[in-house]
Ligand binder design. Structure first.
Ligand code: ZN
Length: 239
């Protein structure tokens, strides 16, 4: 899979942790691996597993050189696999970790616009760097993200027919724009029905460039610069 990513022109892959065990695996996978970094956190679906002990282990993982971000964390009221109150507490503590450790926080938001926008706006004058990943929220979250200078990361959803947020993608400031796969989910056109994988981010970037009326080379230069600014110098290491 990494060889296919490299062949597609991908320089660096960020492997997302979505549970404590998944974060441990992401760190093990990326340890000493050129072109790969990890994140550490607990997805809102798994927020019921969040505890003081888990938080302290995540804090330790965040001290590893291969770990470039906190998360994925956030709020998902679409599935509500964990109670809303539990999701809010876990999200709050992930945001605090990002603030304390100076690491960006990768945020998942689905059908939770009121609470998400309120919690982002409550971050105060020195918010952590926030990545609104696989962005698909409404105006309230967009505005809250703009107010804290968040990054807006667009996924394979932008390649779907009738994707409704082309206007947002078009006006996203070029220094706030990221592209991602959200693998293994949301495989972009023309890979629908397959397991998504890092190399397919090329298709997302091609679509983003078309929707913004930019050249592919210009868009990918900017998104790479933005990833470097967001996640740090480790992004320079290449597959
Ligand atoms: Zn997500």
């Amino acid at each position: 899979m990494l060889a296919r990513a490299k062949a597609a022109g991908i320089g660096h892959v960020v492997v997302i942790g979505e549970s404590l065990a998944g974060s441990e695996r992401a760190v093990a996978l990326t340890r000493g691996a050129a072109g790969c970094s990890a994140t550490a956190g607990v997805h809102p679906h798994e927020a019921s597993s969040w505890s003081d002990e888990v938080r302290e282990r995540v804090r330790e993982l965040l001290g590893s050189p291969e770990v470039v971000a906190v998360g994925e964390t956030g709020l998902d009221y679409h599935y509500t696999h964990s109670p809303r109150e539990t999701q809010r507490r876990a999200f709050e503590e992930h945001l605090q970790l990002g603030q304390e450790l100076g690491k960006p926080v990768i945020v998942h938001a689905r059908d939770a616009d009121d609470d998400m926008s309120a919690m982002l706006r409550a971050l105060g004058p020195r918010p952590p760097v926030v990545v609104l990943h696989s962005f698909s929220s409404g105006d309230a979250v967009w505005d809250a993200g703009m107010a804290i200078n968040a990054y807006f990361s667009f996924s394979g959803m932008i390649t779907f027919k009738n994707w409704p947020l082309t206007g947002r993608l078009a006006v996203c400031p070029s220094d706030r724009l990221l592209v991602e796969t959200d693998a293994p989910y949301l495989a972009p056109v023309p890979h629908r029905g397959k397991r998504n994988e890092p190399g397919f981010v090329r298709d997302v970037a091609e679509r983003a460039a078309a929707l913004r009326g930019e050249r592919f080379e210009d868009l990918t230069r900017r998104t790479t610069e933005n990833a470097r600014r967001c996640f740090g110098a480790r992004i320079d290491s290449s597959l």
